[in-house]
Design a protein around this ligand. Structure first.
Ligand code: GLN
Length: 572
């Protein structure tokens, strides 16, 4: 018995060693699965590979749903420190996820939701809650079949809810990690239950090239793949990531050691720009080979014209001008902490044919040495990104103040909005002691204060104002104009504090324009200064919804202003 028959059989028996709760309406074989695992080491671009494959399937007209299975015990990514784990990405429905979800959204150009992200913490929480309700009917609750069964249920629920042609599941971490063992076991079971041609396993491994040896070595990769085999998972496709192109002999060794035919062992070397990756993978036939395993290659045909066009439009020409943008944050030692901002800037690069260099400014340093502020003059624009906590905050306020005074293009994102208000209140409105109650709870002028609904909340997990909300644009403002005169835009938020409405009047009287607000409420969400090269800030995170070929207008016009400054067209 296999596939459909097997599944129906085991789902119907109540007293059984199987635990395969099938969501209502699940049709075995309707949705196919690609499982992406990693071996040897993390950080080899498994997320990028997964995202590019999603793009390639979508390019064939397939309805694609990506899914990330994270091994950690946090229920979501909300409480993770960006310095350790990279940015926390926020979905429209408010789910706080791993930054890979951002990458999937950007490559697929579609919004994802809660169902696209699972962590071990979420699985365990679900199981313990169910157990307390007596849902396991007197059974002892075990890793196998209950934890694995719950993982499969999450996966199949996505299939029922979104009815995709394919679900691409990326397993976080690498084979051999203690934490993801059950995720891998669940995927092995999925394969067993769904049957062949319905599940394809891809292992992304790494071929090392030690400088002292000067040639590629495949042993680490062989061992990694062996480890996967020992878990009962036979990969169908192996992607060998490497710094430089690997020779045929390495592919042969991998093929022989892994039972994977040579033409399904594919070398993918480093590339400079990530937008080149989908086309490069198409040229290597990767998506075609996966669809062959799943018997879908005849049903969904490649659209190379669209892909080439997309790739070209994301390119920057060799002789393009370069502008330098300073990013004034405190997590500057880990670039992944600001990955969506870097991506939103990249989206402008192609569309404006301008190269953007990033200068990382640590605001805690600026705080210690305020005379360093004048170094800001050499940049074409400054971004103050989101952030939490007191460390480095006076440095950020000083940056917002300096850019305003010196006519340097400024873009403030979330916390960058709040510091722009504080700086303006202090030095233009002369409100001595203006601050946010986040940094100084008893300050004289709390121009930024806790959101009213936040005053009742305790605990830090998923308690912020999160996710997509409408922002009303005020006619006649720059914000209204650059957003194509739309009345409303939808953007994503992640904050606890906001502009204190008691200070709107005095700020406006001194020339600050609030050009975006919450509909039907006096909650200000975009600010601008009219007589400035570019001075805009928003309470939301425009970087989360900026997409390739569709840059967010705030970023786009900020870079345009930076170009004008670079060309000497702005008074200094
Ligand atoms: N710390 C600020 C708040 O909670 C800003 C948050 C952010 O930048 N994401 O409101």
């Amino acid at each position: 018995m296999k596939g459909k028959a097997l599944l129906e059989n085991i789902a119907n028996i109540s007293s059984t060693e199987f635990y395969t709760p099938l969501p209502k309406g699940y049709k075995p074989g309707r949705t196919k699965y690609l499982i992406v695992t990693g071996s040897v080491m993390s950080g080899i671009g498994k997320g990028m590979l997964t995202s590019s494959l999603c793009k390639l399937f979508a390019n064939r007209g397939m309805n694609v749903e990506p899914m990330k299975l994270e091994a950690y015990l946090n229920v979501d990514a909300g409480t993770l420190n960006p310095f350790r784990h990279g940015e926390v990405f926020v979905l429209d429905d408010g789910t706080e996820t791993d930054m890979d979800l951002g990458s999937y959204e950007r490559f697929l150009d579609k919004n994802l939701s809660r169902e696209n992200f699972i962590t071990s913490g979420l699985i365990y929480k679900t199981i313990i809650e169910k157990e307390r309700k007596g849902a396991y009917l007197g059974r002892d609750v075990q890793f196998i079949p209950h934890v694995t069964g719950e993982i499969k249920r999450f996966v199949r629920e996505l299939a029922v809810k979104k009815k995709p042609d394919i679900i691409v599941i990326e397993i976080g971490g690498t084979v051999g990690d203690y934490e993801n063992m059950f995720a891998l076991e669940a995927m092995r079971e999925l394969m067993y239950e769904e049957g062949s041609h319905n599940v394809c396993f891809l292992n992304a491994t790494y071929i090392i090239e030690p400088p002292s040896i000067g040639e590629h070595k495949s042993k680490a990769a062989q061992l990694g793949i062996r480890r996967l085999l020992s878990l009962g998972i036979q990969p169908h496709i192996i992607v060998c990531r490497s710094h430089t192109p690997i020779p045929q002999s390495i592919r042969e060794k991998i093929s022989l050691n892994s039972n994977v035919p040579l033409d399904r062992v594919i070398g993918v070397e480093d590339i400079e720009k990530i937008y080149e990756l989908p086309l490069a993978l198409r040229k290597k036939g990767l998506d075609e080979k996966i669809l062959e395993v799943l018997k879908l290659e005849k049903r969904f045909k490649a659209n190379n014209k669209e892909l080439i066009e997309w790739t070209k439009k994301n390119r920057v020409s060799k002789n393009a001008k370069t502008v330098t943008i300073a990013l004034a944050g405190k997590y500057t030692k880990l670039k992944d902490a600001y990955i969506s901002i870097l991506k939103a800037l990249e989206h402008c690069e192609g569309m404006l044919n301008t190269r953007i260099d990033i200068a990382w400014l640590d605001t805690t340093e600026l705080e210690k040495k305020p005379n360093k502020l004048s170094t800001l003059k050499k940049y074409d624009g400054v971004i103050v990104p989101g952030g939490f906590g007191k460390r480095g905050i006076e440095g950020k306020i000083a940056v917002a103040d300096y850019c305003r005074k010196k006519n340097i293009p400024y873009l403030g994102l979330c916390l960058g909005f709040q510091v722009a208000v504080i700086a303006f209140a202090r030095s233009v409105c002369k409100l001595k002691g203006a601050n946010s109650t986040e940094f100084e709870p008893k300050c004289k002028h709390p121009v930024i204060d806790l959101l009213p609904e936040q005053k009742e909340i305790s605990g830090l997990g998923a308690t912020m104002r999160l996710g997509g909300h409408d922002v009303e644009l005020i006619p006649g403002t720059i914000a209204h104009k650059i957003h194509g005169k739309q009345s409303f835009i939808r953007r994503r938020f992640r904050h606890r504090y906001e502009l204190n409405p008691n200070y709107i009047e005095i700020l406006e009287k001194h020339g600050m324009v609030f050009s975006g607000k919450a509909p039907d409420k006096q909650v200000m969400q975009i600010l601008e200064l009219p007589n400035h090269a570019f001075y805009m800030a928003c309470q939301y995170h425009p970087e989360f919804t900026s997409r390739p070929l569709k840059p967010d207008p705030l970023f786009f016009h900020f870079i345009k202003a930076a170009r004008r400054r670079h060309a000497g067209k702005v008074s200094r």
